[in-house]
Design a protein around this ligand. Structure first.
Ligand code: NAD
Ligand code: LMR
Length: 348
């Protein structure tokens, strides 16, 4: 008897939905979401299913993965997806078996991990969550499509991604990334609010480093409405940077739960930008394997400003780094080196 619940529902696209989308539908892709029965999962899955992440011409087969105890709840999520009658959903695999879960998967949003509670730092989760990513790495390596694009959301996401990527033997390392898009979006909002513009008017900002209180929101090249924009340095150091660095903790204090809808939104943004590219004249933030740029030790999963074109990201080179920013960069580099040292046993 199977210990796990595995549900595969494969629907052929109905005539009605074919008519709705015309002939321009692409072949379906498989999207895995771990932690699918959790709170981020619940805000994310339905938006991916609706086509918001990969576009209205891209059918998806959803691979929803969680732990055995969560299978009943996950089955409920699967029923709700069915009840949405999403035209783009061609199948649902709901499982606690990672062999099945990662089979031929093209995109993976790795959310499944413990969240922190009040008074904790994300790094405190490393001991429990780190080992999840060793195991997941093995399944991804053995079963996923060789072109898989992965974003790690589960915290501490940079070092979890490092652990995961260490298990990968024959998929390019650059396909393994972690999420700092939420921090980028948070920074955009704070700056827009300060400057009295819309957040979409704020460009050329980035998050460097770790998804932690040492992250470095970099704004020295910022434009608002396509013009160079500055804000006073005192506000930057005393309000802006601490607000962005501590936003996750503030949300936990307010909700008694960590951010979920905004995190799911950022995970989708991360993949959408990776697939569709960055707008001309702008960049985004992704935590990616360092190539040594900006003096960051090679291999660390470090957030950089990146441009994306044709599904490939490139680090934005040559941004001027002031002594103030260099001091912040040194701190976040040190923290990530310390995290790497702490999980040395998982990197063998
Ligand atoms: P949650 O507790 O609501 O859900 C987590 C889910 O993951 C649960 O259903 C759990 O059963 C499942 N899970 C645990 N281990 C698993 C495994 N090995 N395989 C598959 N599923 C597994 O938590 P949440 O609020 O959804 O948060 C999930 C993670 O995302 C946390 O680590 C949180 O800190 C992190 N997070 C990161 C960011 C970011 O910006 N990088 C933002 C928000 C939350
Ligand atoms: C966030 O930034 O909201 C998440 O990383 C959750 C957390 O623990 O702060």
């Amino acid at each position: 008897m199977q210990k796990f619940l595995q549900k595969v529902i494969t629907n052929n696209l109905t005539r009605a939905s074919m008519a709705h989308f015309g002939q321009s539908l692409k072949p379906p892709v498989r999207v895995a979401i771990t932690g699918a029965a959790g709170q981020i999962g619940y805000s994310l899955i339905f938006r991916v299913a609706s086509g918001e992440m990969l576009g209205p011409n891209q059918p998806v087969i959803l691979h929803l993965i969680d732990l055995p105890f969560a299978m009943t709840a996950l089955n409920g999520v699967a029923m709700e997806i069915q009840d949405c009658a999403f035209p783009l959903v061609q199948g649902i695999v709901a499982t606690d078996n990672q062999t099945v879960g990662f089979k031929d998967v093209n995109y993976a949003l790795l959310v499944g991990a413990k969240p922190r509670g009040p008074g904790m730092e994300r790094g405190d989760l490393l001991k429990d969550n780190g080992k999840i990513f060793t195991e997941t790495g093995k399944y991804v390596n053995d079963h996923a499509s060789r072109d898989i694009k992965v974003v790690v959301v589960g915290n501490p996401c940079n070092t979890n991604c490092l652990i995961l990527a260490n298990q990968i033997k024959d998929i390019p390392k650059e396909n393994f990334t972690a999420m700092t898009r939420l921090d980028h979006n948070r920074a955009q909002h704070q700056l827009a609010d300060k400057l009295g513009v819309h957040s979409s008017d704020i460009r050329k900002i980035a998050i460097f480093g770790n998804h932690s209180p040492t992250m470095v929101p970099y704004i020295d090249q910022m434009t608002a409405k396509n013009h160079k924009a500055t804000v006073d340095q005192q506000w930057v150091t005393q309000t802006f940077i601490p607000t962005v660095q501590q936003r996750g903790a503030e949300i936990i204090k307010a909700r008694k739960l960590s951010s979920a809808a905004s995190a799911g939104n950022a995970a989708m943004n991360h993949i959408t930008t990776w697939v569709n590219g960055t707008p001309e004249g702008d960049y985004t933030s992704m935590a990616i394997p360092s190539d040594g740029s900006y003096g960051v030790p090679k291999g660390l999963i470090f957030s950089f400003p990146v441009t994306v074109k044709n599904g490939k990201y490139s680090i934005v080179q040559g941004l001027p780094i002031s002594p103030f920013y260099q001091g912040l960069l040194d701190k976040t580099i040190k923290e990530l080196v310390d995290e790497r040292n702490a999980v040395d046993h998982l990197l063998k």
